[in-house]
Design a protein. Structure first.
Length: 255
């Protein structure tokens, strides 16, 4: 179901988005070689609690999941594209870390993701991450009243394919509102002028996911959640919650 938000709703969602932005900033500051992933999940929980918010990720269980999600954020390392479950594994110098988290505050949700290198970056990882952010910005620029969902997917996909990267099959963005996942789906590829028309008050998550090896196929790990590249290449995942307004796209999860 897709709900058109009022201006007051968008203002409330912006507050949830600010919490998400602070969480991502805090995790990035704490991520360093030797730090266990579970410790970063603790940082997420602390910031959410201090803000009076909760995690929409914790105990989330869609129909396809074998178990509820056990953490407050997804921490995906290297070949993990998305949904990485934090555990006792420690970050190493040069790891590519993608952090995806959300916040539920006063009945509204914000959802965003960042990717970055821990310690010394590989040149190829920097290019992959930079392209992911370029694709995100292209998608946001296309999120205007009068366009359609296909215009967003086309903008994202064009940047990624031009750079030679893969776009994982079946993975993409979604509507956001009172829950983390609402309609419409926001694919990372699309045809211009096709799909749901964009209207003032729609809120969507635009989230490019790129695979360095250029393959679109992926598989799910033994934990039932972590989605990995089929060839072991590294992946990047970035995301913002964006409101469609008559004044242009409004990023709700930016600092």
């Amino acid at each position: 179901m897709m709900e058109i938000k009022t201006d007051a709703n968008l203002k409330a969602m912006r507050e949830a988005g600010r919490v998400v932005a602070r969480v991502l900033e805090a995790v990035r500051a704490e991520a360093a070689p030797g730090v266990p992933l579970i410790e970063l999940d603790g940082v997420v929980r602390r910031i959410l609690t201090e803000a009076g918010a909760t995690s929409p990720f914790l105990n989330y269980r869609p129909a396809w999941a074998p178990v509820p999600y056990p953490a407050a954020a997804c921490l995906s390392v290297n070949d993990a594209i998305v949904h990485g479950v934090p555990d006792d594994a420690r970050l190493a110098d040069g790891d590519l870390l993608s952090v995806d988290c959300g916040a539920s505050l006063d009945g509204w949700v914000g959802d965003a993701a960042v990717s970055f290198t821990v310690g010394q970056a590989r040149t190829e990882d920097t290019r992959l991450i930079d392209t992911a952010y370029e694709a995100l910005e292209a998608g946001i620029a296309a999120a205007v009243v009068g366009n359609r969902i296909g215009d967003i997917g086309h903008a994202v996909g064009r940047v990624c394919r031009r750079a030679g990267y893969g776009l994982p099959d079946g993975l993409g963005g979604h509507g956001v509102g009172r829950t983390m996942h609402e309609g419409p789906d926001v694919p990372n590829e699309g045809r211009p002028g096709r799909g749901v028309p964009l209207r003032h008050g729609m809120v969507i998550a635009i989230e490019p996911m790129l695979t360095g090896g250029g393959h679109d196929h992926h598989y799910t790990g033994r934990d039932g959640w972590t989605i990995r590249t089929i060839d072991g290449s590294r992946a990047a995942h970035v995301e913002h919650t964006v409101a469609i307004t008559d004044d242009g796209p409004r990023v709700l999860t930016a600092l």
